[in-house]
Write a protein that binds this ligand. Structure first.
Ligand code: UD1
Ligand code: CA
Length: 458
């Protein structure tokens, strides 16, 4: 099958410098949603028609090149003379032996199941249209039927009062035998209310040529809803998130409020996972069995082990949290963090590019960067690994069972030996030997007979 995606429209109502089809929905450009759906159908040819926005659209498309996937061709439509004219730009790319499916780059939520139903209904020799009964059809092309059979599509601006009363609309998504498509497009005229070459005029041509016209229908209006404004983008974003929430609930995930979750990527959940309100997921996030997420955390490319508890307001990116660990509230796990099982990371603790072995704790106010931390280590409040000398980064190693007293600074590269204790306030500039107390602190003294100064009377 050939797939042509129309994406040349300018999207003036978005009020934005960004081409419309590049605006993100669930963190992914609108056009990419359409390309992903198209790719699920394994097309032999895939061509994106672009216009406004210069090189930005083809640049984004080039970034989607993937092994094992058909390359995506692009064709410039300049000027934009209508949907029929847009499809003409793709014709040299198309394989005559395969039907051509036409999609819109600004209609992001059509399901693969609906597209398959359409393609199956049309087979190799019929023209298929995805149509839907819409309570408010204003502005859209109407499906005109005679004796139940589709005979043509009429645009709002060209429609008679009787035609305007039709509620069955053209989603714009069509599948057409390619040899016919080429012939019909070549004979299009722009003799209509908008002076455009309407793709929809091929329907009457099919009927005239004795080619059967069939229809398929999506599960709901949102599947064929387009984005023309930020209002519509926001509506489809919510719809999409609700669909994702629905799927998670059906899998057995507990969502405290399915209207307050945002998945901008792939969220994979085990059994008995609970997610409180306001969590945002980006990239690929895995929550193993029994994970509980408190409210308002952001998780980006993260893996959370079984039974772990993420308390409210955490930021976790490119990190792994071990089973039965407790994180937060207000913890930040930065890229390269790997926590083993039963690790406790508490409030205002930042961890970057570090490995923390089982049963270790950093419960309050600490920065751990470029560190390797053993098991059962206790990192006191206010501890800082000084990993950066202004030019280079160095590692801190803290071996098993070490105890780091509060408010210590560990000047890397430095090692704290197994079972060593650092006294509170230590600035560690040399290795601390295993099993011993190391302390760097001015000796405490008390001044006898000292009195506070008193205010001088004037
Ligand atoms: C078109 C259909 C209409 C249908 C509606 C669904 C025609 C003539 N009309 O309406 O029956 O109900 O879609 O939304 O086909 N585009 C280009 N180049 C152009 C013009 C449009 O690439 O020259 C692209 C747009 O970027 C958009 C899509 O085609 O993705 C539809 O264009 P739009 O102007 O929104 O639709 P209409 O022509 O009004
Ligand atoms: Ca439109």
């Amino acid at each position: 099958m050939n797939v042509v995606i129309l994406a040349a429209g300018m999207g003036k109502r978005m009020q934005s410098a960004l081409p419309k089809v590049l605006h993100p929905l669930a963190g992914k450009p609108l056009l990419q949603h359409v390309i992903d759906a198209a790719r699920s159908l394994v097309p032999s040819k895939l061509c994106v028609i672009y216009g406004h926005g210069g090189a930005a659209v083809p640049a984004m498309v080039a970034g989607l090149a993937a092994e094992g996937q058909a390359p995506i061709a692009t064709a410039l439509q300049e000027p934009q003379l209508g949907t029929g004219h847009a499809v003409m730009q793709a014709l040299p790319q198309l394989d005559d032996a395969q039907p051509t499916l036409i999609l819109y780059g600004d209609v992001p939520l059509t399901t693969v199941a609906s597209l398959r139903a359409l393609v199956d209904a049309a087979g190799s020799d019929k023209l298929g249209i995805l149509t839907v009964e819409q309570s408010n059809p204003f502005g859209l092309g109407r499906i005109v039927r005679e004796g139940g059979k589709i005979v043509r599509i009429v645009e709002e601006k060209d429609a008679s009062a009787a035609e305007k009363a039709i509620h069955e609309i053209n989603s714009g998504i069509l599948v057409v035998p390619t040899v016919h498509l080429k012939k019909w497009l070549a004979s299009l005229s722009n003799n209509n209310a908008q002076g455009e070459y309407y793709l929809t005029d091929i329907v009457a041509k099919a009927v005239a040529d004795g080619v059967q016209v069939v229809s398929a229908h999506p599960s709901a209006e949102w599947e064929v809803a387009g984005v023309n404004s930020k209002v519509q983008l926001a509506e489809l974003e919510r719809r999409h998130q609700l669909n994702i929430a629905q799927r998670l609930l059906e899998q057995g995930v507990t969502l405290m409020d399915p209207a307050r979750i945002d998945v901008r990527g792939e969220l994979i959940c085990g059994r008995d996972v609970t997610i409180d309100v306001g969590c945002v997921f980006e990239g690929r996030v895995e929550l193993a069995d029994g994970v509980t997420l408190g409210p308002h955390s952001v998780l980006i490319n993260a893996r959370i082990g079984a039974g772990a508890l993420i308390k409210p307001f955490c930021h976790i990116e490119d990190a792994v949290v071990g089973a039965a660990s407790q994180i937060g509230p207000y913890a930040r796990l930065r890229p390269g963090t790997t926590l083993a099982e039963d690790v406790h990371i508490g409030n205002f603790v930042e961890i970057k590019n570090s490995q923390v072995a089982a049963h270790s704790k950093a419960n309050h106010l600490a920065y751990v960067g470029d560190a390797t931390i053993g098991s059962r280590v206790n990192i006191g409040a206010g501890t800082i690994t000084c990993n950066y000398d202004g030019a280079n980064k160095f590692r801190t190693v803290i071996e098993d069972d070490a105890f780091i007293g509060s408010d210590s600074q560990l000047i890397a590269p430095v090692t704290v030996g197994k079972g060593a204790t650092l006294g509170a306030g230590t600035t560690l500039s040399k290795d601390a030997p295993a099993g011993k107390l190391t302390i760097s602190r001015a000796k405490q003294i008390t001044i006898e007979n000292w009195t506070r100064p008193v205010k001088v009377k004037k």
